[in-house]
Design a protein around this ligand. Sequence first.
Ligand code: HEM
Length: 294
Amino acid sequence: QLSPNFYATTCPNLPTLVQNAMRQAVTREARMGASILRLFFHDCFVNGCDASILLDDTATFTGEKNAGPNLNSARGFEVIDTIKTRVEASCNATVSCADILALAAREGVVLLGGPSWIVPLGRRDARTASQSAANSNLPSPSSDLATLISMFSAKGLNAREMTALSGGHTIGQARCSLFRTRIYNETNIDSSFATTRKANCPASGGDNNLAPLDSLTSTRFDNNYYKDLVARRGLLHSDQQLFNSGSQDAVVRTYSINNAAFASDFAAAMVKMSNLSPLTGTNGEIRKNCRVVN
Ligand code: HEM
């Protein structure tokens, strides 16, 4: 059972330490708020929010960093290292990497203008990780709506919560290789948007070229992502699946005209996601270094 006050006496300045470090990181590079939010999502969906994504591979340990959805894609690990170093200096061997990531994800969203929420704390860090679970539990940009709904439902999140959490794509970037099929081969796409994206994502080559997931305000946590979907300007196939004459069209429309509804649903769904099977009590450990088990 997690509690927002878990470190109130053992590490009272924890929220401030995380906030200051995230402010520095996001000031240096706004995208970092997005990258840390995604790290948290990819942590929670793979055997719970247990910092398993932070473990480095070694000769004898295979973790999640090289799983398909993370390889050459997940980023922001150095920021978590920086926060962990400062937290250890202030409250030695007390705060888990999983909790640091949960707090950092919220700060990233808040710093980019998004909603805040109360982060339940008390997670402990895994001693294991699962590359195969990372490959099978994380949705792919080629997923269709039914797959997205069922993958979130497997984590106890309903279709509306899936649609709200997908609003995480109001910030950040994606690589050409992951949206090429969408802009070249799909018909449910605004043609001028496709033309614009093709300029920096050729039919072959340029696989790592980046484009914003939100066409107008990719460093602003707002509801423009949903306006894009209504205009058939979703960047990923999976994004446009949320508005393609299916069950989520009405929710997308609502969020596209009501930023407050999106902000409050997103915050509530983040709290729910952040409660996914945490290690508590004497399970797991408080890692000294987020990249290695003690
Ligand atoms: C619904 C299913 C989802 C799919 C299929 C999906 C897929 C993707 C893909 C393919 C990328 C680009 C990766 C790359 O170019 O290397 C991405 C980026 C991103 N995703 Fe998702 N995602 C989903 C849900 C979410 C959720 C629930 C969140 C957070 C609440 C999230 C947050 C982000 C962020 C912030 C980025 C940009 C990261 C950066 O710029 O570093 N995504 N996602």
